[in-house]
Every structure is written in structure tokens, then in C-alpha cells.
Design a protein around this ligand. Structure first.
Ligand SMILES: C[S@@+](CC[C@H](N)C(=O)[O-])C[C@H]1O[C@@H](n2cnc3c(N)ncnc32)[C@H](O)[C@@H]1O
Length: 283
């Protein structure tokens, strides 16, 4: 979604940029290349591998913050910082997903980890092997949007087979509980649920969105890319609520319906098919 992000953020020479999910700098590199304002820009990520990758920007004067984005946003507000552009490209990065040791994917066998921040205590292994039955069912229903009946069947099997040692073992166990034909692997939603829970992705988003207008200069723009309906609903509701404040609104919505990836991008990057971009400008 690089072209789409550039179209809504409209980076111009000298503008300041805050990337709350900088990852491997696909967006940040392009945007900072256009603004050339490295010194008044900030790149945030909670993943230490991403932060190491971002070091060349640090050498040019960009502030690199290794933190969850809520913590980073609070810190920046306390320092009175404001930016011309803010980007939130939610979820996991392809390098996180592709490295089997990170445990995000069941395409290759890895341990059940799923932490974006490897210094965090809670892992997917702890959740799967030690959480009580009802708590697991609730996680799968709430964050995986699974039907309670299927979630319960899977959890009962998990409880029978514990300890579950790896991503493939868990994916196979989930698959064994359904006979329905599905376009995606039957474990997809439950893996998503575990990842969202382990990284408190919804809590982070809900706490951080209200801080975004305060971090924007007047006329500044924010772009938010989400990858599943739970996140997109939160972003949409937040923007709608802001808009409904009438004269007190701090943000004006730039696109009423979300922008989606082009056919071209989807054909080279399947993950992009579920991406939704919403943008707003600070009034
Ligand atoms: C989809 S990737 C971003 C990719 C990036 N825009 C690029 O072009 O390379 C999401 C990144 O955000 C980070 N991330 C996700 N949630 C976060 C949070 N709550 N706080 C800080 N970083 C987060 C992840 O570690 C990951 O590196």
C-alpha cells in the first residue's frame, strides 16, 4: 500500500514524520526520502530486530524508539512533539511472519511464541498450554471471530493433548476438528486470535488512537492500515466519533470508504488482499 499511503500523506520536503509501526522501513524509507527531514522524524517499533534494521535512519538523526506504540505516543506527547504525518501499519511484518522461530505462522514448524517484543513475558505457549478452558474459548471467539461451538471443540482437544509443542502440531489439531471446506487453512483465525491476545493488539490500538490528533500539527495527516475487521472497525468508529464532535472535531475523514490494495499488489503480496487504509487530516 505504499502508493496509496503516499497519496494520502502527501509527504513534502521538510515535513516531519512519525511512524508508529516502522518495521523494516518500506514506508518510512520512501517517506523520509521525500521529506529529507530525518531530524524531526521518529520511528517506533516494539521489535528489536526491526529497530536494528532502522539504525541507518538513526545515524541520520531520526529518533528510534523501541517500545509499544502507546508508550511511545505518551512519551512524545509529554515532550510536546507534533508531526505533519503519522502512519500506523498494524499487525505483523513479513519478516516476523516468515521467521519460523517467531512462531507466528503454521507454514513452517516453530515454537509457540508470537511475541512482537521478545522481551515480553507472555508467549503463545503460555496461553495455549496453561490458560483455563473458558479463557481460551473467549480468546478464540473474541479475537479469531470463531463460532463458540468450534472454539470449544478445539479447546477441549487442546486440553486433552497438552502440552502442545509447536505451531504445526497446533494447526493440525485445529484442522482435525473441522470437516468443512474452507478457502483458508482452518487454523488461520485461531492463530490470529492468539497473536492479537499475546501482543494486546486491540488494547494498544484503542488506547493510542485518541492520542493521535494531539500528535498532529494542524493540517497534518494520519494514515492507518489494518488487516482484519476487528481493527478496521475500531479505526472506523474512532474516526466517526471524532467527526461527530462537530465544531470540536479534531480530525476530518479523508476517505469515507477504506482504500484497498491494487490487483497488482495483491498478485505479488497475498497479505495485501485484506489491507484497509483509512486516513484523516487534523483540523
Ligand atoms: C505491518 S508491519 C509494518 C511494516 C512497515 N510499515 C514497513 O513498511 O516495513 C507492523 C510493525 O509494527 C510493529 N508493531 C505492531 N504493533 C505494535 C505496537 N503496538 N507497538 C509497536 N510496534 C508495533 C510490528 O513489530 C511490526 O514491525
Amino acid at each position: 500500500m505504499l502508493n496509496e499511503v503516499l497519496a494520502v500523506l502527501q509527504p513534502a520536503l521538510g515535513q516531519s514524520y512519525l511512524d508508529l509501526t516502522a518495521g523494516y522501513a518500506g514506508h518510512a524509507g520512501a517517506i523520509l526520502g521525500l521529506t529529507e527531514n530525518y531530524k524531526h522524524s521518529v520511528l517506533v517499533d516494539r521489535d528489536e530486530c526491526a529497530i536494528s534494521h532502522l539504525k541507518p535512519f538513526g545515524e541520520k538523526g531520526t529518533d528510534l524508539i523501541r517500545s509499544d506504540f502507546y508508550g511511545a505516543a505518551l512519551k512524545l506527547l509529554e515532550c510536546g512533539k507534533k508531526f505533519d504525518m503519522i502512519l500506523m501499519d498494524l499487525g505483523v511484518s513479513s519478516p516476523q511472519f516468515d521467521l519460523k522461530e517467531r512462531g507466528f505462522s503454521f507454514a513452517k514448524d516453530g515454537k509457540l511464541d508470537m511475541r512482537m517484543d521478545s522481551s515480553q513475558d507472555l508467549t503463545a505457549e503460555e496461553v495455549v498450554n496453561h490458560f483455563p478452558k473458558q479463557k481460551l474459548v473467549d480468546i478464540f471467539v473474541k479475537y479469531g471471530e470463531e463460532k463458540p461451538k468450534f472454539a470449544t471443540k478445539v479447546v477441549e482437544e487442546i486440553l486433552r493433548k497438552r502440552p502442545i509443542s509447536g505451531t504445526i502440531e497446533l494447526a493440525e489439531l485445529i484442522k482435525s476438528k473441522t470437516h468443512l471446506y474452507q478457502k483458508t487453512h482452518p487454523a488461520t483465525q485461531i492463530f490470529q486470535a492468539l497473536r492479537i491476545f499475546v501482543n494486546d493488539e486491540i488494547g494498544e490500538l484503542e488506547k493510542t488512537l485518541p492520542l493521535v490528533p494531539e500528535l498532529l500539527e494542524r493540517g497534518g495527516r494520519v494514515a492507518i492500515i489494518s488487516f482484519h475487521s476487528l481493527e478496521d472497525r475500531i479505526v472506523k468508529e474512532f474516526l466517526k466519533t471524532e467527526h461527530a464532535r462537530g465544531l470540536e472535531a479534531r480530525l476530518k475523514i479523508l476517505n469515507k470508504t477504506p482504500i484497498v490494495a491494487s490487483e497488482n499488489e495483491i498478485s505479488s503480496n497475498l497479505r495485501a488482499r485484506s489491507a484497509k487504509l483509512r486516513a484523516a487530516t487534523r483540523i
